[in-house]
Write a protein that binds this ligand. Sequence first.
Ligand code: MG
Length: 245
Amino acid sequence: MKQKMNIRYLFIAVLLTGIHIQASSREGNEPDNKPAVVSVGKKAKPPSDAVVLFDKGSLEHFTGVNDNEPPQWKVNGKHFTVVPGTGNIHTREHYGDIQLHIEFKIPKDAETREGQESGNSGIYIMGKYEIQVLNSYEKTTDYNRQAGSVYNQYAPMVNACLEPGKWQAYDIVFDAPEYDESGTLVKPPYFTVFHNGVLIQNHVEVKGPTVAFNENLPENAQEGPLMLQDHDNKVSFRNIWIRKL
Ligand code: MG
């Protein structure tokens, strides 16, 4: 089992590396192109150059809705859970191009709820672009609003959901938008997403902020916080790490 997991994450790492090569100008043999050596994590453990945003105990990397307030979500050892009504949480630090690993668990009561009320949360990159968290295991909603969608923009390529109560993972690659000096968009953002190791978004062009984004952030920002959504459902999270690209 252990070896199976290792192979799976090695496979993801190889795929992610390949995509990055295609998406940027790493052609040729210039000194700048020398790939840095990193030690690869075991299972979903972070590689050596990742920033761990949560592994246990403390939400110190996050704030509540207001920057000065600590999050009111409930930490329970190696995971934490949305406390409905307390609002979204976001990282203190802002990020542009990133690779993100995040694990989540939909509560069992999602089985008795329907549509957008069944285990809803969300991973907002730059506080603006949501990869939907939802119970889409044997449940139907709008395809471009189901689990793994770029919310209201792109349905996932396949449905790789596990049932509520099981831990699942998103591995997300995000290319941040770029603006010129006049504030005009010169490069749109792109998402590549793996759900439980399966490719579900392949370098899709993001058509602007998704619904319910953090409107306090500047319109033309090229960096923003990682934001997790309080959608009144007790979704849990664990093992969150991020790499700046
Ligand atoms: Mg959501």
